[in-house]
Design a protein around this ligand. Structure first.
Ligand code: HEC
Length: 121
């Protein structure tokens, strides 16, 4: 009886080990090429603060360009349609944001890009 229990326990442990090994591989394979850090940037932890410091002044209620970035829905809308990443990267065809000041630093831009490509969580 004891032997059976031990065998079952050992089998469960092997299965659990295989399972976690598989997870690690999947994460590495699906990771974007850019180094998005671990954990990846989140709205609450990263993006909200970046926008509050650099964008809300002009993009609050009734904001410029039709965006109220006090609303997460509007931030996501700009993320989905490409505007958010386009303007902070100063990509051709986009307004350069934040307007009338220096471009955000590379690390901050990367965080925004990672957040958008990672599904905006
Ligand atoms: C000093 C004011 C100001 C700040 C700060 C500012 N914006 Fe803007 N933004 C504007 C104005 C004005 C427009 C609309 C006119 C234009 O296209 O230049 C605009 C337009 C936009 C648009 C629409 C783009 C388009 O091509 O129509 C987006 C997206 C945007 N801003 C994002 C941001 C983000 C993200 C930040 C912060 C990183 C930011 N803005 C900071 C003034 C500002």
């Amino acid at each position: 009886m004891k032997k059976v229990t031990l065998t079952v326990l050992a089998a469960i442990m092997v299965l659990a080990a295989c399972n976690s090994a598989k997870k690690t591989t999947e994460t590495a394979a699906t990771k974007p090429k850019m180094d998005c850090g671990n954990p990846a940037p989140t709205y609450a932890g990263d993006i909200k603060g970046i926008i509050a410091a650099n964008c809300i002044g002009c993009h609050g209620e009734g904001g410029k360009g039709g965006y109220n970035f006090g609303s997460l829905d509007d931030v996501k809308r700009a993320g989905k349609n490409g505007d958010l990443v386009g303007v902070v990267k100063w990509s051709a065809g986009f307004a350069k944001m934040p307007a009338r000041t220096a471009q955000l630093d590379a690390q901050t831009i990367a965080k925004i890009e990672c957040w958008v490509s990672g599904g905006m969580n």
